[in-house]
Design a protein around this ligand. Structure first.
Ligand SMILES: NC(=O)c1ccc[n+]([C@@H]2O[C@H](COP(=O)([O-])OP(=O)(O)OC[C@H]3O[C@@H](n4cnc5c(N)ncnc54)[C@H](OP(=O)(O)O)[C@@H]3O)[C@@H](O)[C@H]2O)c1
Length: 265
């Protein structure tokens, strides 16, 4: 699908991931960017298809879709400047905790779609939860889905589940990092150097993910395929369950989701 002109405000982790994902996937597209980050802008200037704008007015004038990729605390000041420029524009926010309703009120425009990506946007492998505001034009939702697919896998979700998705995926990716590190440390305990153990932990995780995806089997069915009677795996499962593994993961996601809901406005 061909995308309308895109301008990205903020060229940090997310802005850069989006810009580069779009450059990879849409070979004819130029992307407008605006940032306070001097190093980032200097870096961007090296790509012919990234157009660095000097003012907000210039970026908005050149764009149909305006992506807001700055920290939540910087957003109110930006929206004051954006409000008079918002007519006929489509807005995407990747900011954690700011609802489409809040954005729409601040911009005096209903054309707002909210994204919840995670850090894997940097490699184009993020889950991207996506909630269009209630009055968003159908054409905008279609383009937002296409744009999200430049940084990973889009999933339309009701906005009331955004806080839950923050726990599961936005923050959840950190729990996966923790688990991989724990597995690598366990490998060190068994005698592998850390880097080797980390590589083996990652390969194991990649294998598990590919098996789950390709077989379509339930995770529990696969666990039982690995646990032979009186074997090695069931000994480890017993230790995990005695320590409340499932419960602790659920509690971690729940704590993060609860915090996301508290911060939401
Ligand atoms: N990082 C993640 O894993 C992640 C995941 C999900 C959602 N998000 C959301 O994505 C958004 C961006 O996060 P990030 O990690 O990409 O932040 P970041 O790395 O700090 O990038 C934001 C960039 O925007 C610049 N900036 C701030 N205000 C600006 C303005 N008015 N005009 C132009 N540029 C401006 C900042 O410049 P300065 O350096 O001068 O401040 C910075 O370079 C946040 O709202 C966050 O909630 C992030």
């Amino acid at each position: 699908m061909k995308l309308d002109a895109i301008g990205i405000i903020g060229y940090g982790n997310m802005g850069r991931a989006l810009a580069h994902g779009l450059l990879r996937k849409h070979k004819d597209q130029t992307i407008g960017i605006l940032s306070r980050n001097i190093d980032g802008v200097a870096h961007a200037a090296r790509s012919k298809r990234l157009v660095v704008h000097k003012t907000l007015e210039a970026l908005v004038a050149a764009s149909k879709i305006v992506v807001i990729a700055i920290k939540p605390q910087d957003i109110p000041a930006l929206l004051d400047q954006l409000r008079p420029l918002a007519r006929h524009k489509w807005f995407i926010s990747v900011a954690a905790g700011l609802t489409t309703k809040w954005f729409s009120e601040q911009l005096a425009s209903p054309q707002v779609v909210r994204f919840m990506p995670n850090l894997a946007a940097k490699t184009g492998m993020s889950l991207v939860g996506l909630s269009p505001g209630q009055e968003v034009e159908a054409g905008f939702t279609a383009q937002a889905l296409e744009l999200a697919s430049a940084i990973g896998t889009p999933a339309l979700i009701p906005e009331k589940l955004m806080a839950g998705l923050t726990g599961l995926s936005g923050s959840g990716i950190a729990y996966v990092f923790q688990f991989v590190h724990a597995l690598a440390q366990a490998g060190v305990r068994e005698g592998f150097p850390y880097q080797v153990a980390l590589g083996h932990a990652l390969s194991t995780m990649e294998g598990a993910v590919s098996l789950l995806r390709e077989s379509g089997e339930h995770p529990v069915a696969l666990v039982s395929k690995v646990t032979s009677p009186s074997g090695t795996t069931i000994e480890g499962i017993k230790v995990l369950e005695a320590a409340g593994f499932t419960n602790i993961v659920m509690e971690a996601v729940s704590a993060s989701s609860k915090r996301a809901a508290e911060l939401e406005r």
